[in-house]
Design a protein around this ligand. Structure first.
Ligand code: HEM
Ligand code: HEM
Length: 223
């Protein structure tokens, strides 16, 4: 079988993927600490500033995270066909078929995966879900930030978000649960990336670094 090299992930897709990866690790570690301060500091605490440091790092990582999400949303409209909005919502018949085939393949019922160069339809749908969670994390994070920001801070414009989440306690709870949803996604995502890389031999793992996948010529023609 002849394989063809296809450039699937352009630089903005790869760059935002890895910026989000590192910011999510940082946000989860510092966020977990903010919710459950598990490091006890000897008294007197004047030489320590653990919670202050965690909060500052959380907010710097939140800036990276938010900018990367905005850049990726822009690329949904400006990127190549594999990065575009239409790729994430299965509306065409062949995409719906691909969704079903992938479901059967992941359930060990079907033997052959789809060799489509871009995201398979099931993965793409899960990415659409995780993009929505990213937006919820930003909105609840901004709602929580209005409490920390000074009264004259321009960030007070996001005050309107607090009643939308039914108050700060609920915003905090949603923000916290969002972290666990993202972390559960990450475990499944890494498993499926390795499954695809080991079984399909189309270069899935390497593709998020190099941008290229190797697919049978027939499938590459779809691009
Ligand atoms: C995937 C991304 C993120 C994760 C996993 C995350 C995680 C967390 C967690 C677990 C908490 C503690 C909640 C609790 O009290 O139980 C927290 C607090 C907070 N987060 Fe995030 N967060 C993320 C993104 C953001 C973003 C984008 C912003 C800002 C726009 C933000 C702003 C805040 C603020 C202001 C607090 C409260 C800090 C405080 O009380 O001092 N977070 N975050
Ligand atoms: C915080 C952790 C991670 C998150 C939230 C995450 C999320 C995502 C998302 C949303 C996409 C879709 C990319 C887009 O179109 O913009 C993606 C693709 C991808 N990710 Fe991750 N990722 C994470 C970690 C990793 C790691 C550690 C690896 C490598 C082992 C990896 C490998 C890949 C690959 C190979 C793709 C392309 C998959 C395909 O062909 O459909 N990811 N990831």
């Amino acid at each position: 079988m002849t394989l063809k090299r296809v450039y699937v992930w352009e630089l903005p897709v790869r760059l935002t993927h890895w910026l989000l990866f590192f910011s999510i690790l940082t946000l989860s570690a510092t966020g977990y600490y903010i919710g459950h301060p598990f490091i006890s500091v000897p008294s007197p605490a004047k030489d320590h500033f653990v919670m202050g440091t965690m909060r500052a790092v959380h907010l710097y990582a939140a800036i990276v995270f938010t900018l990367a999400v905005l850049a990726r949303l822009y690329w949904l409209f400006a990127g190549n066909r594999y990065a575009r909005f239409s790729e994430f919502i299965p509306l065409s018949l062949w995409r719906l078929r691909s969704l079903w085939r992938t479901f059967l393949y992941y359930s060990f019922i079907r033997h052959d995966p789809d060799d489509y160069p871009g995201h398979n339809a099931l993965a793409a749908l899960s990415y659409a879900g995780i993009f929505m969670i990213y937006l919820v994390m930003i909105a609840t994070g901004l709602a929580l930030y209005t409490v920390i920001a000074s009264a004259s801070s321009p960030f007070q414009v996001f005050d309107f978000l607090v009643p939308l989440f039914n108050g700060l306690q609920m915003a905090r709870l949603i923000h916290h649960i969002g972290m666990w949803i993202v972390l559960i996604f990450v475990v499944a995502h890494i498993y499926f990336v390795f499954l695809s890389s080991i079984i399909e031999h189309i270069g899935t793992f390497d593709s998020i670094f190099s941008g290229y996948k190797f697919v049978p010529e027939k499938e590459a023609e779809r691009s």
